[in-house]
Design a protein around this ligand. Structure first.
Ligand SMILES: *[C@@H]1O[C@H](CO)[C@@H](O)[C@H](O)[C@H]1NC(C)=O
Ligand SMILES: *[C@@H]1O[C@H](CO)[C@@H](O)[C@H](O)[C@H]1NC(C)=O
Length: 403
């Protein structure tokens, strides 16, 4: 009898320890040393700026309203004397003149996904997602999840359609928003890339949705941006995790959760993304949602090749998985051959050249070579009714997707 009780107590004790361990170690994997802890504290003091007001989302994110002139961007040495631009000089003519949620074959049930802070920052301040110690720990544990990549990187798979023939000053699209199931070490994105340069001089600015547990600490579908000016070597990062992107919107911030995600055979929720170069300043603006909220911009002075114009506008998706795991689903998890209401899609593709927006000429559109079309694929761009350009993409991933 006495033995049985103590065994039970022992089990309870071990259970309590394991609970304490997993909550302490965040991922329940790695403990951090005192030195690391001190280093994280030091970094947090630099990254997070004093808040004028704090906005909490119901997903547990904290946005600090920081003085617009003291936001993280201005820690960048190239932006020391930057003169902030509060709004674009002009918005590209002709952009999305057509009805927004038009088309995509038979898809009838298409609606914009809701996104935004429920509150706004006071004038003169902007919302910046607060970095917490657990965020830094996840970076350390999953370095690959903080780096989108180029073609050759192991564990990364891409599908896309692109244009690369003349100098561009922007791109736009609607993207269907899904919530693919990914493990804690993986990510699954849908992205518009604006690029110039190659290899170590590649300039890339990106916007889209992502499910990336290491980045955000959960499996929700969120708005993300990324930039690099040296082909993912030393510069750049997601959102405002490092100095670079200048935030100007007081209520639409980077890293926010998409409130509504599409369901196969159900409502298809979409979001609009626009990146365009300002005619007079050369800064690259990020505009977003049906209402063209101008979230902010990547300053021209940060960029090299893109300072003048873009050579590529690319629409597609990227997934990543560590080598020991199967590749994660992309898009809705179904291949593009499944078509409307089942596969994820881009529509309303537009490009900007001559500082005006227009439809991408079908003759100039190219499709990326697909490495394993049983895992992931993208259709060629098709035209629907009045010059609406769209394509389906995605796939289940799995164990035979190659490197
Ligand atoms: C997301 O995470 C929650 C909580 O951990 C879990 O219940 C849910 O099934 C996950 N959803 C997806 C799509 O992975
Ligand atoms: C989108 O999601 C929000 C939050 O869950 C909900 O209140 C709203 O009704 C949804 N919108 C649509 C159009 O389904």
């Amino acid at each position: 009898m006495a033995l049985r009780v103590s065994t039970k107590e022992l089990i309870l004790f071990v259970f309590a320890i394991s609970l304490a361990w997993s909550s302490h170690g965040v991922e329940g994997e790695t403990r951090i040393s005192e030195e690391e802890d001190a280093e994280f504290e030091r970094q947090l003091k630099i990254i997070n700026k004093p808040a004028i007001k704090v906005i909490k989302t119901h997903y547990g994110d904290i946005y600090d309203c920081v003085d617009i002139n003291k936001q993280p961007a201005f820690d960048h040495p190239l932006l020391k004397n930057h003169k902030i631009q509060m709004r674009p000089t002009s918005f590209p003519k002709g952009l999305f003149d057509k009805a927004s949620s038009s088309s995509v074959e038979e898809t009838s049930n298409v609606m914009p996904s809701e996104i935004g802070l429920k509150d706004r920052c006071p004038p003169g301040s902007v919302p910046i997602r607060r970095t917490r110690k657990e965020d830094l720990i996840r970076v350390k544990q999953n370095p690959s999840n903080f780096q989108p990549q180029t073609d050759s990187a192991p564990g990364h798979h891409f599908v896309s359609n692109y244009v690369n023939t003349v100098p561009y000053h922007g791109g736009a699209a609607w993207i269907a928003v899904y919530n693919p199931t990914v493990s804690k070490g993986q990510f699954s994105n849908a992205v518009m890339w604006i690029e110039n340069g190659e290899k170590n001089t590649l300039n890339s600015i990106q916007v889209g949705w992502t499910v990336n547990h290491a980045l955000h600490g959960d499996n929700r579908t969120r708005l993300f941006t990324y930039w690099t000016v040296d082909g993912y070597q030393k510069t750049g990062c997601f959102d405002t995790r490092c100095p670079g992107f200048v935030q100007v919107s007081t209520d639409t911030a980077l890293g926010l959760v998409f409130e509504n995600t599409s369901v196969i055979d159900g409502t298809q929720y979409i979001t609009k993304v626009v990146i365009f170069q300002d005619v007079s300043t050369g800064n690259w603006w990020l505009s977003f949602t049906e209402d063209d909220v101008h979230i902010g911009y990547w300053p021209k002075s940060l960029l090299t090749g893109l300072a003048t114009s873009a050579s590529h506008v690319i629409w597609g998706a990227e997934v990543y998985s560590p080598s020991r795991e199967d590749s994660p689903p992309m898009g809705s998890g179904l291949l593009p051959s499944q078509g409307a209401n089942k596969a994820c899609f881009f529509n309303g593709l537009q490009v900007m050249y001559d500082w005006k927006s227009s439809d991408p000429s079908p003759l100039l559109l190219r499709r990326r070579k697909i490495d394993n079309s049983d895992c992931y694929d993208a259709d060629e761009v098709k035209e629907f009714e009045v010059l609406d350009y769209y394509f389906f993409f995605g796939g289940p991933g799995g164990s035979n997707c190659g490197n």
